[in-house]
Design a protein around this ligand. Structure first.
Ligand SMILES: CC(=O)N[C@H]1[C@@H](OP(=O)(O)OP(=O)(O)OC[C@H]2O[C@@H](n3ccc(=O)[nH]c3=O)[C@H](O)[C@@H]2O)O[C@H](CO)[C@H](O)[C@@H]1O
Ligand SMILES: [Mn+2]
Length: 332
């Protein structure tokens, strides 16, 4: 065979030989559909990131792992309502009103009734040791339900705060709820909703930037620094400091996080250790190393009521109430 014919035959064979792509996805139609979907998804992600970055150039709106950081002006509620149709989504918001913290329950529920996820199917779960729970709570015309559940009162503020984790696990894994909600959130009770908190918070694992540390560099974060603790993070680890007051997401994801953090916290206790910010320190380590949040709320979602608003915080959607800790904790 002449040399040039051998060359042509070799070229044809090599073009016909199956590439790795052909091997996994035989059939050209499927192949082209997959590659089209891939490019469409990639372009959507690119457009999304560009839009997020341009919407609020004064603040960080996307984490290094591409999770949105929700600031006023970064989302379109009408669009989000289409993506998360209120008719199809059930949400539980759980709060603890144990001991002296009972006094926060009424104003908290009134504000939540007004501003927490208007239009959605909401069940408020209030966990308390009190038998007498009589108060107006939320207006009787409200479509929202309040479920009171018993929880144990422990000795002292710290114990009551950390014991929320195992109690929430029991709530989510047991049969106290009629059915598992689509989303589950928990929040400190010493809070007031001041403006709408809507579908922009719906995601797999949600937490918020602590208002005291969002402008600081990670080496100034109050992470647990003692290497013996299971909450510890080194000075080169972690990107953000998250508050422990408000978190949630899909129930199964929250359950996984609670199991991990509660086991780590108990392990610390058996070694005589208490992390610097209790369960908040364990949450921070989990979110920094094990499972980065899929959505991060800006400090708009937990601002302190006695702090002035800096220009980047256009509004406080949720305010933590100024409280007299000495008096509150003395009686609890
Ligand atoms: C804004 C923020 O990020 N707050 C966190 C912070 O302190 P805080 O000072 O905000 O904690 P806190 O006193 O509000 O306690 C946390 C919550 O536990 C409940 N509670 C606590 C004690 C008690 O006797 N009865 C009772 O019901 C109540 O719902 C309260 O809101 O650090 C705590 C460390 O443990 C928690 O991580 C809080 O979520
Ligand atoms: Mn609080």
């Amino acid at each position: 065979m002449p040399k040039y014919l051998t060359l042509i035959s070799q070229m044809m064979q090599s073009s016909l030989s199956r590439s790795r792509w052909d091997y996994w996805f035989p059939g050209s139609k499927l192949r082209s559909r997959l590659s089209m979907t891939y490019w469409m998804l990639l372009s959507c992600l690119f457009l999304f990131v560009v839009k997020m970055l341009r919407s609020r150039p004064d603040v960080m709106t996307v984490t290094p792992w591409l999770a949105p950081i929700v600031w006023d002006g970064t989302f379109d509620r009408a669009l989000l309502r289409i993506l998360h149709p209120p008719a199809n989504i059930s949400i539980v918001l759980a709060v603890f009103g144990v001991g002296t913290y009972w006094l926060f329950v009424q104003p908290f529920l009134e504000s939540a009734e007004m501003y927490f996820m208007p239009g959605y199917d909401i069940m408020f779960v209030v966990l308390t040791e009190r038998k007498d729970r009589s108060m107006p709570l939320i207006p009787s015309h409200s479509a929202r339900k309040v479920l009171f559940l018993h929880t144990e009162k422990f000795n002292g503020w710290r114990e009551n705060a950390i014991r929320r984790m195992p109690r929430l696990l029991r709530l989510l894994e047991g049969n106290e709820l009629e059915h598992k909600p689509d989303y589950f959130f928990t929040i400190d009770v010493d809070m007031l909703f001041k403006a709408e908190v809507g579908p922009e918070i719906l995601s797999d694992l949600v937490t918020f930037l602590h208002p005291g540390y969002y402008k600081m560099s990670p080496d100034n974060f109050p992470y647990e620094r003692h290497s013996a603790s299971r909450a510890s993070l080194t000075y080169t680890q972690g990107t953000f400091y998250y508050g422990g007051a408000f978190y949630g997401g899909h129930p199964d994801t929250v359950i996984k996080m609670l199991h991990h953090c509660w086991a780590a916290l108990q392990d610390d206790v058996t070694h005589g250790l208490v992390a610097i910010w209790n369960e908040e320190s364990h949450l921070n380590r989990y979110l920094a190393l094990q499972h980065p949040p899929s959505l991060v709320l800006s400090p708009e979602y937990c601002w302190a009521s006695d702090w002035a608003l800096p220009p980047e915080v256009r509004l406080a959607r949720v305010l933590s109430v100024a409280k007299n800790n000495a008096a509150l904790h003395a009686e609890t």
